[in-house]
Ligand binder design. Structure first.
Ligand SMILES: *[C@@H]1O[C@H](CO)[C@@H](O)[C@H](O)[C@H]1NC(C)=O
Ligand SMILES: *[C@@H]1O[C@H](CO)[C@@H](O)[C@H](O)[C@H]1NC(C)=O
Length: 407
């Protein structure tokens, strides 16, 4: 009985889907600067793209995993009142060209994922996974994943599942989404082509900041070495998981100068100053992360990476604010009270007008300008901000160990 009901319901849905697909036949959809056509043309389009890009060693697609520094709207689709959200004013107040568009980015405009994507010669960041999934039996998800990539990042996410539980999509769940997306891609164009596509794509990762914040209020495990070991073990699992899926080029942004965000300054032992203890916690993690990546590169054939020093970049920028054109590096532009850090960025709060001169947009997140400056540094900036190569070199790296195109 139950089976009969299910299958007749499914039949009805298939008809509906077919009608919709027919109505978009011939329509060409602009996706992040790359053209996606309908399913019939899709294989051809992908082949053509691979042909064009092969000799130039240009990255094909961009896949993003991480936290609010990279989220482009996944959290808009989560339920629950405690979910971290940026889908209200004054987020997006400078989102060009429309302005006043709160997309879910934790910024007054674009974020680091957008700027890295632009640097890679594409449009803004690929769309948020949850904005794609489910539509037309995942048709949109698979097409987008093949042509431009997908962004799985989620505000509040940590390396540990226990970080901000129930308020975000933790790294382990982002990995599951990546895996099922890959399976759907392989079902469409075949496993070998996805393997080739992944090897020539850029995997941008930025996570760990929220695990540091979490440790301030709940230092578990109390032994810092054990805390690092759990973080590094789990991060290693995620990165090797991506490698096993075919990923070869990893752009990894380390944990930032988390003790200097306005919220942490407000609650630091000397209010107004950076929380040095928290910064030391982050610096220790970053050392372990650098060692992890170097170790993976030794062990895994074809594994290429660039670790971007978000921490060191902020340290230098905050030591000489004027050099970056900043008039403020300690106060949230959008917020309330002391340091703009006593309240959230939300309608009715204070919003500064000199948004190109502030390091922080809200009490935790960098301004659009801060995002652009750091993305510029990671991509092709001064050598001290990336190791062992910069993002541009990673993107164009010709690796003999990359699997050969077989299609
Ligand atoms: C869409 O993809 C997600 C995973 O990416 C999967 O969980 C879901 O079952 C898929 N839905 C359909 C209709 O294929
Ligand atoms: C992370 O590491 C800890 C300790 O090793 C473990 O208990 C936990 O299940 C791991 N996974 C995640 C996703 O947090």
């Amino acid at each position: 009985m139950a089976m009969n009901t299910t299958s007749s319901g499914f039949g009805g849905r298939v008809c509906l889907v077919m009608v919709v697909i027919i109505s978009i036949q011939g329509t060409v959809v602009q996706l992040g600067g790359v053209v996606a056509a309908d399913a019939g043309d899709h294989d051809h389009l992908l082949l053509q793209k691979q042909q064009q890009l092969k000799d130039n060693n240009i990255v094909y697609s961009l896949y993003v995993l991480g936290d609010s520094t990279l989220d482009v709207g996944n959290n808009n689709y989560l339920n629950g009142k405690d979910v971290f959200r940026a889908n209200r004013p004054y987020y997006g107040v400078d989102y060009y060209p429309s302005f006043f568009v709160p997309t879910g980015r934790f910024s007054n405009g674009f974020n680091v994922a957008d700027y890295i994507s632009k640097k890679l010669g594409k449009g803004n960041s690929p769309p948020a996974y949850l904005s794609l999934v489910g539509s037309l039996s995942n048709y949109t998800l698979v097409s987008t994943a093949l042509i431009v990539g997908v962004n799985f990042a989620s505000g509040g996410a940590g390396i540990l599942d226990s970080t901000n539980v129930g308020q975000c999509i933790p790294l382990s769940t982002q990995m599951r989404y990546m895996e099922s997306t890959r399976a759907a891609m392989a079902a469409r164009v075949g496993n070998r082509r996805v393997t080739d596509l992944f090897a020539r794509s850029f995997f941008l990762l930025g996570v760990g900041n929220n695990d540091m914040f979490g440790y301030v209020t709940n230092p578990t495990p109390p032994d810092v070495a054990a805390f690092y070991a759990a973080l590094i073990g789990n991060y290693s699992d995620a990165i090797t998981g991506l490698y096993r899926m075919g990923a070869r080029k990893f752009g990894v942004i380390n944990v930032g100068l988390v003790g200097c965000v306005p919220l942490m300054r407000l609650h630091s032992p000397t209010p107004g100053d950076c929380n040095d203890g928290l910064n030391r916690l982050a610096a220790g993690f970053n050392e372990a992360l650098a060692a992890l990546l170097a170790g993976l590169a030794d062990r895994l054939p074809g594994f290429a990476y660039s670790v971007a020093d978000s921490y060191g970049f902020a340290e230098d920028a905050f030591a000489d604010p004027a050099a970056s054109g900043y008039t403020s590096v300690d106060t949230a532009c959008c917020g309330r009270g002391r340091l703009g850090a006593e309240g959230e960025c939300e309608p009715g709060c204070t919003l500064c007008t000199n948004r190109n001169q502030v390091a922080f947009f809200d009490r935790v997140h960098p301004s659009q300008r801060g995002c652009k400056l750091s993305a510029d540094a990671y991509y092709d900036g001064p050598a001290q901000y990336t190791k062992p190569i910069n993002f541009e070199q990673l993107a164009s790296a010709r690796s003999s160990a990359l699997p050969r195109a077989t299609a």
